[in-house]
Write a protein that binds this ligand. Structure first.
Ligand code: FES
Length: 164
């Protein structure tokens, strides 16, 4: 589904507490909890770390470790559009690194960061299950395949211009 990934609610401590309390009894609650929080707010605010730690009776370092270990979590709100570039094996073999380099050199966009105008966030993902379409990516959740530098350029210009 291509719903606007950047159009999430702003952080609300009460709402976060509700989500945490609702999942606290679950076996292995930390990941579902973090996913639910990210779903609700679009990112994991720093303030959820002590809240989750307290609810699950674990250290803040442990919660922080889980957030940084998994690539799906972001620690800042996303831009209005999110381009997730696959950097796993098949896409590597088909040249995804050149695309990342293109984003970096031609557009000053870096994985894990959002453009200064807030229009576009670039993220790394590791196999989308679209290996036959390598190099593959998702734009706002919609699959893109057989990307090359020209398509990356067109897409970025489109987003940074008219669609932003
Ligand atoms: S390795 Fe990129 S989609 Fe599978």
């Amino acid at each position: 589904m291509g719903q606007g990934m950047g159009a999430s609610a702003s952080f609300d401590e009460g709402r976060a507490q509700e989500i945490i309390a609702g999942l606290a009894q679950l076996e292995g609650a930390m990941l579902p909890m973090l996913h639910a929080l990210q779903e609700a707010f679009g990112y994991l605010d720093q303030r959820v770390v002590p809240m989750v730690a307290q609810a699950l009776n674990v250290s803040r370092a442990e919660v922080h470790g889980v957030i940084t270990f998994y690539h799906d979590f972001r620690d800042a709100p996303a831009g209005r559009h999110v381009l997730q570039i696959c950097r796993a094996e098949s896409c590597q073999a088909m040249g995804c690194e050149a695309l990342v380099q293109r984003l970096r050199m031609a557009h000053r966009l870096e994985p894990g960061q959002t453009s200064a105008n807030g229009a576009l966030t670039i993220e790394n993902v590791y196999c989308l299950g679209h290996c036959a379409l390598s190099p593959a990516a998702l734009l706002d959740g919609e699959p893109l395949g057989r990307l090359d530098e020209a398509r990356i350029d067109a897409l970025v210009l489109d987003i940074m211009g008219a669609r932003a």
